[in-house]
Design a protein around this ligand. Structure first.
Ligand code: ATP
Ligand code: MG
Length: 270
């Protein structure tokens, strides 16, 4: 097959391959599109934890975005963790220059263990500028709590927080419910005039490394191919769910999901 569309991913590298840029490339590829990257940071990590993080200077991040997009125009952009105010500002400038309309922002701020990954100044500019520029925002519950300053304990709190994010200037929101301790997981999609609750049975596994990155890249891929945002979210949630169910059980800690679950290798290459 030929690639269906072209996606530019702006995110950090995860050396263990389960999350970050690596998960994004695998997702975009497994769903039939062409992946390009602007790497924001290099992490040394495995399934048991992060060993070190080295940031890429903001002008190099902008160079990757602008020089790549000048030649191969992305149909959509997925943005993952942006670790500092300067990085957010230079990404904003580059986005203004390349003028791609379909942008998915995964506003990564909180690690799986609950630690804040970016400082207050970065959160402020993300909230005041970046969320207004993008097509959809995909926070998890702790991130939505930080952005809205609301406590989220159940589905109705999730809906109220999503409404507040729209009031703050987000065009569309997918608030992920993975952090509520229920047997059914609910993700809330909200736009100015539409709401949809996606429900899935919680899969009992510790291997959910990179689910958030995978979800936002899958949304970017489906959206870039012409699906509506609501349909893109639904299909992306199904892809993540099937990838968790078929996880390869690699590593001693929180292992990766199975990005390859969509792929059948041609006989010639087996
Ligand atoms: N155990 C599980 N079973 C089924 N679906 C899950 C499970 N864990 C997460 N999901 C789904 O995965 C998607 C990502 O949600 P999650 O809340 O894990 O995002 P996140 O916290 O941003 O992830 P990450 O820690 O990778 O950044 C959501 O659609 C969520 O419903
Ligand atoms: Mg996340």
């Amino acid at each position: 097959m030929k690639p269906k569309s072209k996606i530019l991913i702006i995110a950090g590298s995860d050396s263990s391959g389960g999350a970050g840029i690596q998960a994004d490339i695998k997702t975009v590829t497994s769903l039939g599109s062409y992946a390009m990257t602007a790497i924001t940071a290099i992490t040394s990590q495995n399934t048991t934890g992060v060993y070190s993080i080295k940031s890429v200077p903001e002008n190099e991040i902008s160079n990757q975005i602008e020089f790549t997009a000048k030649d191969i125009r992305p149909d959509a952009i997925k943005i993952g963790m942006l670790h500092s105010e300067d990085v957010i500002k230079s990404v904003l400038k580059s986005l203004d220059k390349i003028k791609v309309k379909k942008i998915i922002l995964d506003p990564v701020m909180v690690a799986k263990g609950g630690a804040k990954l970016i400082n207050d100044q970065s959160i402020k500019i993300l909230k005041s500028h970046l969320i207004k520029k993008v097509s959809i925002l995909t926070p998890n519950i702790p991130e939505a709590e930080i952005l809205t300053k609301l406590k989220i304990k159940n589905l109705s709190d999730m809906i109220i927080a999503s409404e507040k994010l729209i009031k703050l200037g987000a065009k569309n929101v997918l608030l992920k419910g993975g952090h509520l301790n229920n047997t059914t997981l609910q993700d809330v999609f909200l736009s100015e005039n539409e709401i949809k609750i996606f429900k899935k049975k919680k899969i009992n596994t510790k291997n959910t490394h990179g689910t958030g990155c995978t979800l936002s890249s899958a949304i970017a891929t489906f959206y870039s191919c012409g699906k509506t945002l609501k349909k893109s979210c639904e299909m992306a949630i199904n892809y993540v769910n099937y990838s968790i169910k078929t996880g390869p059980k690699f590593g001693k800690g929180h292992g990766p999901i199975n990005h390859l679950c969509t792929i059948n290798i041609n006989k010639k290459f087996k």
